[in-house]
Design a protein around this ligand. Structure first.
Ligand code: PHE
Ligand code: NA
Length: 459
């Protein structure tokens, strides 16, 4: 007597388990892996930080990943409609529907600034390819980056190009848009990454990079580092933001969610570690700083490419890799918004993608301007806590530190405490002791972990 929700109709489903894994891994693998993971590892001293990060991925990240995909498949609609259906089915408070709204709004907002940074990747492919880093010194390369940020028209142009690509793919739908894109882009991503790791192996500092990343020195790990690791675990897996719920809504019933989620987490983690192994050897080989912060790949790395043989080719490959990773994540961020728009009468997939994409693009202008003309505009600056934060800083803070962790927390609580237990083990694809252990982690450890980071980030 179970009714079939729209996305669960046979002709709408992902065509294979592989297609879903590539799409979800495509969402997970993004700027977070190639830009953020290496620089926060660098800032937090390497090995010990990596160990804590791995623990966070598997204790906090994977349980939410499983729960979110499960909720999405049960609801079979946009995150908003899915949560409406599920709260009704469980006869529980309407308050939990906030999970759906939070997801659609957060993924909308995150895309608005993610697309601007995706635009930087486009610019840097060009810079690398025409040899702009060759022989340039630190000052010149830092200048190139600052000049880009100072130019609103250039940022806007590439933000627009990036969003147009995203809208084009998402507008074509799950099977002919997203699936086709990830089938092509994900193998390309792995190929480019492997090429970069081999290039790094020849730099002469590979061993140093390996020991930097894998020999834990706990004296270099701070409390702050632990919390950064935890926060990043959520961001890197794309959890708590409705994206996996949206992708899960098209997941065939016979696919084992627990195993699939593990595969996604392992892929995401491997890419982050390989990205470190591609980047740090180049940094060390050229006597540069691993703890350079956010400028690591836009300033430090171009400097390295500019000094090395093959720097033009491999620099171009590196930024192409960054672009591919950013696109496969960005399409997942537009998906919840588009699914929700599509649920309105007479609104087609194409119209939803264009309208949703346009709105995201428009809000993204705030981020474009916050690096230049609005550099001194601090919208909530009168509240001491937000002092000095630009529009971009605020959006990033709102999504990464509030909406994603709170969304993840709510999902863990809803799946752990509210959803009826019967049928749950089968739905997730775990049995006996494994299921019991999973539930204990989901009910207690995951929420406690998220709550700690959340409170810390607030203070
Ligand atoms: N997981 C992506 C990354 O690591 C970012 C992302 C966040 C994607 C939220 C989708 C939703 O870059
Ligand atoms: Na990631």
């Amino acid at each position: 007597t179970e009714s079939v929700h729209p996305h669960q109709q046979a002709s709408n489903l992902w065509t294979s388990k592989m297609a879903f894994i590539l799409a979800a891994a495509g969402s997970a693998v993004g700027l977070g892996n190639i830009w953020k993971f290496p620089y926060i590892t660098g800032e937090n001293g390497g090995g010990a930080f990596v160990l804590v990060y791995l623990a966070c991925i598997f204790l906090i990240g994977v349980p939410v990943l499983i729960a979110e995909i499960m909720l999405g498949r049960r609801g079979g609609q946009s995150p908003i409609a899915t949560m409406r259906t599920l709260t009704k089915a469980e006869g529980t408070s309407k308050g939990w529907r906030i999970i759906g709204w939070n997801g659609v709004v957060a993924s909308f907002l995150v895309l608005s600034f993610y697309a601007v940074i995706g635009g930087w990747a486009l610019v840097y492919i060009g810079k690398a390819a025409i040899g702009m880093f060759v022989g340039a010194d630190a000052e010149a390369i830092g200048g190139q980056f600052n000049n880009l940020l100072a130019n609103p028209w250039e940022l806007l142009l590439w933000h627009t190009v990036f969003m147009a690509i995203v809208v084009f793919i998402v507008g074509r739908g799950i099977r002919s848009g997203l699936e086709k894109a990830v089938n092509m882009l994900m193998p390309l991503l792995f190929l480019l990454l492997i090429v970069m790791v081999f290039y790094a192996m020849g730099s002469g500092s590979f061993g140093r990079a390996v020991s930097f990343m894998f020999s834990p020195d706990f004296s270099r790990l701070t409390t702050e580092g632990v919390l950064v690791a935890l926060g990043h675990a959520a961001f890197t897996l794309s959890i708590g933001i409705g994206v996996l719920m949206a992708y899960g809504s098209y997941l065939p019933k016979n696919i084992n969610i627990a195993k699939t989620a593990m595969t996604i987490a392992v892929l995401d983690t491997s890419v982050a570690l390989l990205a470190g192994l591609a980047i740090f050897p180049l940094v060390f080989a050229n006597g540069l700083e691993a703890g350079a912060g956010p400028g690591l790949i836009f300033v430090t790395l171009p400097l390295a490419f500019g000094q090395m043989g093959g720097g033009i080719v491999f620099g171009t490959i590196f930024f192409a890799l960054l672009l591919v990773a950013a696109i496969t994540s960005a399409i997942s961020m537009l998906e919840p918004v588009v699914e929700w728009l599509e649920e309105h009468k007479g609104v087609t997939r194409v119209k939803s993608a264009v309208a949703g994409g346009f709105a995201v693009w428009f809000i993204g202008i705030g981020t474009v301007l916050s690096f230049n003309l609005w550099g001194d505009v601090h919208p909530l600056g009168f509240i001491g806590f937000f002092e000095g934060k630009t529009v971009f800083d605020l959006l990033d803070f709102l999504v990464s530190n509030l909406m994603m962790p709170l969304g993840g927390l709510a999902i863990a609580l809803f799946a752990g405490w509210i959803i009826r237990r019967e049928g749950l083990a089968k739905d997730i694809g775990l049995e006996g002791g494994a299921f019991k252990t999973f539930m204990v982690v989901l009910k207690f450890i995951t929420p406690a972990g998220i709550a700690v980071v959340f409170l810390y980030n607030l203070i």
